[in-house]
Design a protein around this ligand. Sequence first.
Ligand code: ADP
Ligand code: MG
Length: 350
Amino acid sequence: MLDDKNPKRTSLEQLGEFGLINHLTKDFTLQHKSSIKGIGDDAAVIDFKDKKTVISTDLLIEGVHFDLSYVPLKHLGYKAVMVNLSDIYAMNATATQITVSIAVSNRFPLEALEELYSGIALAAKTYNVDLVGGDTTSSTKGMLISITAIGQANEEDLVYRNGAKPNDLLVVTGDLGAAYMGLQVLEREKEVFKVNPNNNPDLSMYTYIVERQLKPEARKDIVPLLNALEVKPTSMIDVSDGLSSEILHLCEQSNVGCNLYEDKIPLDPTVISSCEEFKVNSTTVALGGGEDYELLFTIDQKEFPKIKGNPNLTVVGHMTDKNEGVHLISRNNTKIPITAQGWNSLSEEQ
Ligand code: ADP
Ligand code: MG
């Protein structure tokens, strides 16, 4: 689907492992004082002084988590970093370092890895994290990427999944469902391309949702925003698997129930229109879609005036006693149990 803009192919064997590592990482510099030793020794050295260290890792596998027939490698590198930073922000922490490990088959030339690393470099620069290490190896088939993100926080600022209390408000950042609908568009275009490779699709009306799928942005801005508003969430999680699954995690770990209001779920207009086009229910998409990389958190009700009217934050529900269960309150005011897939009555549609 994508034109091969870079037809030059340099085989990885020509460089050798150390030549390759050096080539890919030579332009990365260390920005944080906490990065004592980065790439080049047996291990990185980090010094957070009196702060707590936060670590999160993710593994992405070609054909399982990404499809290179429509994901440009630069975007893949960027997104792989976002997925990890999002987990650090979900602890109410600051991300400061990453490590990047890759395994590639001989199908990939040096130029492909340069593309991947250009996305990683852009993400590292934009989000102010230092690349301090990784590993490079070959695979028999396809590409694997594992990124570890490291961050820091004061102990008293850390927010876990288990602190929500009954009557706390449930708040989500941004809007939901767009990445999933972007994926639907890309999958559809892939099928069209198989039939007619000369078809040049006009995706301009889908720009927002396709960008949310290919180039998500982790919510780096929310931790300082909450700090400035003097709001400390009682629990928090990032929305990677879909709103319903994240709500269930908060409820389970906090021992509470939840009422989520369908009419409060924030949806971009292009999500609503693409849901109509694809004949899917937009609530189902928001609840089950995932890959939004927004933050979902709970706050004490008395904090409401501090967040009221903030365009980044939407109150979508409130926590209840555990024995009340976890429910979606639909637009026509019926109570529908929330399951990990979304909500019961629409599960066949998924
Ligand atoms: P080791 O033999 O100890 O695994 P390597 O030769 O694999 O060391 O790595 C040398 C240095 O390069 C280390 O600092 C390692 O963290 C770093 N490194 C290796 N691969 C990557 C990569 N893909 N991205 C960033 N740094 C890497
Ligand atoms: Mg190694």
